[in-house]
Design a binder for this molecule. Structure first.
Ligand code: UDP
Ligand code: MG
Length: 193
């Protein structure tokens, strides 16, 4: 629990990356993980997961009403996905660059979608589009919100309660408590002899 909370409070940049079912089925998991590793970001969560319908709908709730929404949900639940949390300075925007444009035909060569995909509806990978959504998708905001409540009950201010209610809707989307790891690289100066 504590590292989870500390990561929230420190406002560490983190993003939610997911290999979609087509990426898993085409054997692209290693390739996709490798691109984020080589760039220099830090993996803090990783699991193979069969996404249930309601989670897919919650994840993509901003797209509800779009004509492609039902097909998108069908696609996301059609087989296991690989869920990942990645950490690092500027990781949200950098990951979007590594992933490339939503339509793989418009994605630059050198990007994941530009190199590995053809169709928008089968674009192999997801990446959070903002730091706020990164936290929401990984599942950090519930903890941030609980902290806000403790702080503000002592001051008896009602406004933060509104935030609590709002953030609780966002509670743990793809990762649960205990599924994320905090670790220090072996080459970190503090661990040298
Ligand atoms: N999508 C689709 N048809 C569209 C637009 C989007 O099937 O016309 C799918 C596609 O898989 C995309 C996902 O919906 O990755 C989410 O759309 P968004 O606009 O958020 O794109 P992304 O953030 O993934 O680049
Ligand atoms: Mg998006």
């Amino acid at each position: 629990f504590l590292p989870h909370l500390v990561a929230s409070l420190e406002q560490v940049d983190e993003t939610y990356i997911m290999v979609k079912p087509d990426g898993v089925q085409r054997g692209l998991v290693g390739e996709i993980i490798s691109r984020f590793e080589k760039k220099g970001f830090k993996l803090t969560g990783l699991k193979l997961f069969q996404c249930p319908q309601d989670l897919a709908e919650e994840h993509y709730k901003d797209l509800k009403g779009k004509s492609f929404f039902p097909k998108l949900i069908e696609y996301i639940v059609s087989g296991p996905v690989v869920c990942m949390a990645w950490e690092g300075v500027g990781v949200v925007a950098a990951a979007r660059k590594l992933i490339g444009a939503t339509n793989p035909l418009q994605a630059e060569p050198g990007t994941i979608r530009g190199d590995l995909a053809v169709q928008t509806g089968r674009n192999v990978v997801h990446g959070s589009d903002s730091p706020e959504n990164g936290k929401r998708e990984i599942g950090r905001l519930a903890l941030l919100a609980s902290f806000t409540l403790v702080m503000d009950i002592s001051r008896l201010e009602p406004l933060p309660l509104f935030f609590l209610v709002r953030y609780l809707n966002y509670a743990a989307l793809w990762f649960k408590e205990g599924e994320l790891c905090q670790w220090t690289p072996a080459q970190a100066p503090s661990l040298r002899e």
